[in-house]
Design a protein around this ligand. Structure first.
Ligand code: CP
Ligand code: NVA
Length: 307
């Protein structure tokens, strides 16, 4: 695994390699601390957008594994504005052992990878969010066992988080349903890829504009913000369209009684999810957020370590 750009690039075996590493490193950490397998290594973290989970979990993961992380804020590098994306990759990769970047244009992640001498990790682009999906399937594996044959229902915008979940689900043989408003579908290219992966793994994909149909008999109910970072000018328009897609206790009655509820966070309580559900007995939101730390360790160990 040279870079970590999209779940679509990985085989099911490679996803399981990351999940197994995440589990081993979580267990090791719980038993008293991690071995310094990244001693002396530095991760450069380039951010064009805000972050709590991604920034802190990568920083702490590097610290726990004996390395160091450098936070490079949107105002410092000014990717593609102060200098070209290719030159940023050429220069930064002379200093650090890995680059993690959160960008607007997905093409900037591809350009970083093309011109970097060290592994590049996609910490979210407008197209996808693969680190989130690894933490998510890790959480599903912990809570419900092997994801194969389970049904994940995503309710809301066909956005970056939905794309990576589609890929992770269909690579691992998990059924994937999406209930989204008309006009907010998954990108057609991502859906076509997911359909190919689903054929190979035996999972089924359901796309619908009916949130009840999507969540019926689901084992996992997942939602995300209606307005992603960079879409702020569409907020009012989206706020008028998305309310029927709120994950609330009434919608949840259509899922399996033991279904878990997930959200990548940050949550907009009272919009895509109610307090009652976010804080209710089926919610795994904060275990899921914690697992970003363990998943990042798995990704770092495979890309930058000797494991
Ligand atoms: N879920 C997630 O990526 O959160 P942050 O935007 O806070 O990193
Ligand atoms: N879809 C959201 C995810 C945030 C982690 C966004 O891109 O803003």
């Amino acid at each position: 695994m040279e870079h970590f750009i999209s779940i679509a690039d990985l085989s099911a075996e490679e996803i399981w390699q990351l999940l197994n590493q995440a589990k081993a490193l979580k267990d090791e950490w719980r038993e008293g601390g991690n071995e310094p397998i990244l001693k002396g290594k530095v991760l450069g973290m380039v951010f064009q957008k805000p972050s709590l989970r991604t920034r802190v979990s990568f920083d702490v993961a590097m610290l726990h594994l004996g390395g160091h992380a450098l936070y490079l804020s949107p105002n410092e590098i000014r990717l593609g504005q102060r200098e070209s994306v290719a030159d940023v990759a050429r220069v930064l990769s002379r200093y650090v052992d890995g680059i993690m970047a959160r960008v607007f244009a997905h093409d900037h992640i591809l350009q970083l990878a093309e011109h970097s001498r060290v592994p590049v990790i996609n910490g979210l682009s407008d197209y996808n969010h693969p680190c989130q999906a690894i933490a998510d399937v890790f959480t599903i594996w912990e809570k419900r066992g092997d994801p194969k044959g389970l049904k994940l229902a995503y309710v809301g915008d066909g956005n970056n988080v939905a794309v990576s979940l589609l890929f992770a689900a269909t690579k691992l043989g998990m059924h994937f349903a999406i209930g989204n408003p008309p006009g907010y579908d998954l990108p057609a290219d991502a859906l076509a890829l997911g359909q190919r992966f689903a054929q190979e793994s035996g999972s089924q994909i359901l796309t619908t504009h009916d949130p009840v149909e999507a969540v019926t008999n689901a084992d996992v109910v997942y939602t995300d913000t209606w307005t992603s970072m960079g879409q702020e000018e569409e907020q009012a328009k989206r706020a008028a369209v998305f309310p029927p897609y709120q994950v609330n206790s009434s919608l949840l009655t259509h899922a399996r009684p033991d279904a878990i509820v997930m959200h990548c966070l940050p949550a907009h309580r009272g919009q895509e999810i109610t307090d009652e559900v976010a804080d209710g007995p089926q919610s795994v939101l904060f275990d899921q957020a914690e697992n970003r730390l363990h998943a990042q360790k798995g990704i770092l160990a495979v890309l930058m370590g000797t494991r």
